[in-house]
Design a protein around this ligand. Structure first.
Ligand code: KE4
Length: 428
């Protein structure tokens, strides 16, 4: 495939944007080669600046649950834009959007709109610390919650040693309030509460991990976090920026039947426009300004244009949609597993409704150490071979692939034919 225009564009972009991209993962550093510049998306398909077409499994990292240029969203945005884009004042559509979120997510009684998942998480953490009067937060290795300082902390030297900065610019004084534990390890969480319980403000978890590839919660893990936080008076935050509205109408908390105190949302909720949200029990959320004393604000939070996109997206999602999404994803995963056996390529495919990941390892993948043991070089070969066959997976072995409502039988067949050809090449 000729991608010369993309190659020219990244060289030009690097002269004005750090790394030539506005978010690091887009730079293809995880797979090598030059990133592809896209110019158009329709349904499950993308077209790059050289006119090449690709079947898209990135979906803008999750938002494009109904595929690209989804007509109800595009039409809603057009109609809204004609009446002005943002007023910095209350609008009725913000109320309708809040009501739509509350109607869908079991634990949310009050919700505040923001402009990104990072902002949602940053705000929820501040609220949980204020509500409990505590500073310590618990997160899990391999989970990503945006780039707020408090969440850019890595595990200390020992399992229960407090955090170290995970990026320059994050003060040690900030990172030391963050404890990072192994995902899916209820015993480690219990040990942390034994040692720090009364100091723990909140536990934040991706109820379905999506930032180390797709990893479902082990049976009992989320329930253990719910019991531990309730007993210690800590706030349980489900970061559903990926899982929210993707794995079930009410997100992972509905799918797995565990109710958090706060939930953070993003991606799907904006239908492709910049929207994040945090919400939960009224007794906690009512601490947020101006009703309460915990400050949080945003110039474009809840702007009518983004709300029109998000509301049109949410209104398009019903039970039959999720059944079809899960069925398409399962058919694709079964096909990939069968082809891997035919071509003697050891791999594991994890799926949760419309999200899946391929790990080039024969072992089950339930936590980060097993992800790290997978063959990343094989993923890189897979990525580029599929890209050359017109199928666009995440340019990183540590991300999740997304199926959309626009991935029909033909798209799944096209993908499996490309996988067959790719595995045949890889097996040589
Ligand atoms: P944003 O600030 O990027 O909107 O959201 C941060 C965030 C929070 N929580 C979870 C569970 C997330 O997955 C994310 C963002 N996800 C990454 C990749 N999975 C977005 C892609 C990127 O960083 O460019």
């Amino acid at each position: 495939m000729d991608r010369d225009t993309s190659k020219q564009l990244i060289e030009r972009a690097e002269r004005s944007i750090p790394g030539g991209v506005n978010s690091p993962v887009r730079a293809f550093r995880g797979v090598g080669g030059a990133p592809v510049f896209f110019v158009d998306g329709q349904g499950a398909w993308l077209t790059d600046v050289d006119g090449n077409r690709y079947l898209d499994y990135v979906g803008s990292w999750g938002p494009m649950l109904q595929g690209h240029a989804f007509a109800p969203v595009v039409d809603a945005v057009r109609a809204s834009a004609r009446r002005g884009l943002s007023f910095g004042a209350p609008t009725e559509i913000e109320v309708r959007m809040a009501e739509a979120v509350i109607a869908r997510v079991p634990s949310i009684e009050r919700v505040r709109m923001v402009n990104s998942g990072t902002e949602a998480v940053m705000s929820a953490i501040r609220l949980a610390r204020a509500y409990t009067g505590r500073d310590l937060i618990v997160k899990f290795g391999g989970c990503y919650h945006g780039h707020a300082d408090a969440l850019l902390a890595q595990a200390g030297s020992g399992l229960l040693t407090l955090g170290l900065p995970d990026s320059p610019g994050v003060p040690a004084d900030t990172a030391k309030h963050t404890l990072t534990l192994p995902f899916n390890d209820a015993a480690a969480a219990a040990a942390a509460f034994d040692r720090y319980g009364a100091r723990i403000a909140t536990v934040i978890v991706e109820p379905v991990a999506g930032n180390m590839g797709c990893i479902p919660p082990r049976p009992g893990f989320l329930e253990a976090l719910r019991d531990l936080t309730r007993a210690a008076g800590s706030v349980l935050i489900f970061d559903e920026v990926i899982a929210g509205f993707r794995v079930a109408p009410g997100g992972a908390q509905q799918l797995f039947g565990v109710t958090p105190d706060l939930t953070t949302l993003g991606k799907v909720i904006g239908g492709g426009l910049p929207v994040g949200a945090f919400g939960g029990k009224a007794k906690i959320m009512d601490r947020i300004a101006p009703l309460g004393d915990v400050y949080q604000a945003g110039t474009l939070s809840g702007n009518p244009l983004a709300m029109s996109a998000g509301l049109a997206m949410l209104q398009s999602l019903d039970e039959p949609f999720y059944r079809a999404l899960a069925a398409a994803t399962q058919r694709l995963a079964r096909g990939i597993r069968d082809l891997a056996v035919r071509h003697s390529i050891p791999l594991t495919v994890n799926t949760v409704c419309g999200m899946f990941s391929i790990f080039f390892t024969p072992a089950p993948v339930t936590h980060f150490e097993q992800v790290a043991a997978a063959d990343v070089d094989r993923y890189k070969r897979f990525f580029h071979a599929m890209l050359d066959r017109g199928v666009y997976f995440a340019p990183s072995a540590f991300e999740t692939a997304f199926v959309s409502g626009a991935h029909g039988e033909g798209e799944i067949d096209h993908t499996l034919a490309a996988v067959d050809s790719t595995f045949r090449e890889m097996a040589r």
